[in-house]
Design a protein around this ligand. Structure first.
Ligand code: LLP
Length: 428
């Protein structure tokens, strides 16, 4: 479900024509639907309701403060991976017990900040980190709750760069080492070991992959409990899919059908860390066509958005559905994205950045477009703006949130002065 719909030939977000938003705020422009965020959060909460999980939205996928506030109001906690993300969630007044902190390379400073803030759970990824954490906890005179992130050694069958749960990845601790570490720190007065964490990848389109990882975690939990150790928490991470090509992702219910029976009646506090499944379909990137040109048999549609705004096609060869904002008379009234029609033209949608890898789509069949037309790049709400850069000294785009009748600029377009703001360093 998303609230980006064509009405009278115009793509709208919760009824607001994207053409009007582009005229008001300029392009490239991220537009988000608040209702879509809320609906996706509610669906996940409902699907997993039997477990009464703590849902911790993964801040990294779309970290704007207004989005965090919106999800906090839905009852969400937050999964963070850096001091910067901690800063964000504290800034919106998140109760610290609703924060879980993962990350393979937490610095001592970040650990100090997490302890000072009393975050609810630290997901530790190595023996060295746990030793450092124990020393820091002593200094702070606190006893933090800790989970060990395990390597379940499950191939999530997703892009190599977003596969995280195999022993070839940098994340987590091998099962045997995790068992030893749990035993070593199980009775420590410095840290309170509560359980295990896993995150196998993103997106994971086969729910059975979770089952494999969770069964391995449960085996370890049974072993540790049999030895008298306390294990009352299992954080099963994120990675639930979003719709990129039509309705391609499993529903929240489909994941829950596999996962809930495994964890029901296990006496575990279950934590979920969804990002993309909540945010991706809640955002589009609106871009304007600058030029159309041909070279040999290739046709290039040069737009004002680039890998600066959306790096996923360049980095993961990711597919994002692209279509004109103004469907107008060029497109049949009964058109739907899965029904191609005559008159489509194969083209590369490319940005202005000086890299051949700067494309939003390759060999894509689009209706004829001309300079000035607006295109919507769909499913861009997660890992879009979050991964934006200023490469080529291009100020980052603006972000707008549509919430029913209300339109809110939730991040202004950057200026040239913003590009050099951090370079105003006084001479030594
Ligand atoms: N929990 C942990 C520990 C994670 O590392 C991640 C994502 C999540 C939760 C949330 O995963 P999600 O539900 O959003 O799939 N930039 C890539 C995705 C990188 C994911 C990193 N970790 C992309 O654009 O596809």
């Amino acid at each position: 479900m998303n609230r980006f719909e064509y009405h009278d030939g115009q793509l709208r977000c919760e009824g607001q024509p994207l053409r009007d938003l582009a005229a008001r705020f300029g392009t490239p422009l991220y537009v988000y639907s608040a209702e879509t965020f809320r609906t996706h959060f509610a669906r996940l909460a409902h699907a997993f309701g039997a477990l009464q999980p703590r849902i911790c939205y993964s801040v990294k996928c779309c970290p704007n403060l207004d989005i965090l506030r919106l999800l906090a109001a839905c009852g969400s906690g937050f999964d963070i991976v850096s001091g910067g993300e901690l800063f964000r969630v504290l800034r919106i007044g998140t109760p610290p017990d609703r924060i879980v902190f993962a990350g393979v390379g937490k610095t001592e400073r970040e650990i100090d900040e997490a302890l000072a803030a009393r975050v609810g759970l630290l997901n530790v990824e190595s023996a060295g980190e746990l030793e450092l954490l124990a020393r820091a906890a002593q200094r702070h005179a606190v006893t933090p709750d800790v989970a060990l992130r395990i390597i379940p050694d499950v191939d999530a069958k997703t892009h190599a760069y977003t596969t995280t749960g195999t022993r070839h990845n940098k994340f987590g601790i091998p099962l045997d080492q995790a068992a030893d570490l749990y035993r070593r720190f199980g009775a420590s007065p410095l840290v309170r070991l509560r359980g295990l964490h896993l995150h196998i990848g993103s997106p994971v389109s086969d729910p059975e992959r979770y089952a494999l990882g969770i069964r391995r975690a449960l085996q370890l939990i049974d072993t540790l409990r049999a030895e008298g150790l306390t294990v009352d928490t299992l954080d099963i991470g994120g990675g639930y899919g979003a719709h990129y090509v039509g309705d391609d992702a499993p529903s929240a219910d489909a994941y829950a059908q596999v996962i809930v029976p495994l964890l029901a009646d296990r006496g575990l506090r279950v934590i979920l860390e969804p990002g993309r499944s909540i945010a991706a379909n809640a955002g589009v990137l609106v871009t304007r066509v600058l030029y159309v040109k041909t070279s040999g048999r290739r046709r290039f549609v040069v737009v004002d958005a680039s890998m600066n705004e959306l790096i996923r096609p360049a980095l993961y060869s990711a597919y994002h559905f692209i279509w004109p904002v103004d469907a107008g008379p060029r497109i049949p009234q009964d058109w739907s994205p899965n029904q191609p029609f005559d008159g489509l033209r194969r083209c590369d949608v490319v940005g202005p950045v000086c890299e051949s890898g700067d494309f939003l789509a390759k060999g894509r069949r689009l209706p004829p477009v001309q300079p000035g037309d607006l295109l919507a790049v769909h499913t861009a709400g997660a890992y879009g703006m979050a991964m934006a850069s200023q490469y080529n000294s291009r100020p980052r785009a603006a972000e707008v949130l549509v919430d029913g009748g209300a339109v809110r600029l939730m991040r202004r377009r950057e200026t040239y002065e913003d590009l050099i703001a951090a370079e105003h360093v006084p001479p030594e």
